[in-house]
Design a protein around this ligand. Structure first.
Ligand SMILES: [Zn+2]
Length: 73
């Protein structure tokens, strides 16, 4: 594995609904691999993973709104 390939793999948290262990980012609607998530938080005892720090910050502003969307999945 080249250094570049390794970097790409590490840097891309995106998954699909079929990826084993993938979790839903409630802010942007993407599926993410928890080990590669760029942000995470715990809300009402549930750990939520984000594809980017931007999504994490958006969640922090209005967690109740996004959490409802997360649970709807
Ligand atoms: Zn996101």
């Amino acid at each position: 594995m080249t250094h570049h390939a390794h970097h790409d793999e590490h840097d891309d948290p995106h998954a699909t609904i079929d990826t084993p262990g993938a979790t839903h980012d409630p802010v942007c609607g993407h599926w993410v691999v928890p080990e590669k998530a760029h942000g995470r938080t715990t809300y009402q005892g549930v750990t939520i993973h984000f594809c980017s720090t931007m999504c994490e910050r958006a969640f922090a502003k209005t967690p109740e709104r996004f959490f409802a969307r997360y649970q709807a999945r």
